[in-house]
Design a binder for this molecule. Structure first.
Ligand code: 5GP
Ligand code: ZN
Length: 113
């Protein structure tokens, strides 16, 4: 989707600070970090949000979950971080391409706002 910001980041049409990449996903630093470590992990395939994940996408989402611990470890936050995916406007989703926030490097309160 050429009008999707994260699709354009995946293709490197828009620059980003990448921390991990493979055939299925790309991880890069959030431009407006909410914590000392704030990485976004996105599927290379355009999926609007977790609300739009089909059974056929299950392997994509599972793969992303499987690489998050290594990304967190490489960022120095193994064992103490949060993974968040905002879905829809009421949850504050601002980019309509599925992404998982990895947040860490400070104490994280609960519940979130
Ligand atoms: P959401 O609010 O949809 O859950 O998360 C979107 C995230 O994307 C926000 O944390 C925002 O700071 C980040 N973001 C928005 N535009 C860009 C961009 O152009 N580059 C990067 N690296 N992050 C972005
Ligand atoms: Zn997209």
């Amino acid at each position: 989707m050429s009008d999707c910001l994260f699709c354009r980041i995946v293709t490197k049409e828009i620059p980003s600070s990448g921390v991990y990449e493979d055939d299925v996903c790309y991880a890069f630093r959030d431009i407006n970090p909410a914590a000392p470590v704030h990485v976004l992990v996105v599927p290379k395939k355009h999926i609007g949000s977790l609300d739009e994940v089909s059974k056929a996408d299950a392997a994509v989402v599972g793969h992303i979950m499987s690489v998050i611990p290594a990304i967190a470890a490489s960022e120095g936050v193994a064992g103490g971080y949060r993974v968040v995916s905002n879905i829809g406007p009421r949850a504050g989703q601002s980019v309509k391409h599925l992404h998982f926030h990895i947040l860490g490097g400070r104490d994280l309160s609960w519940p979130p706002g």
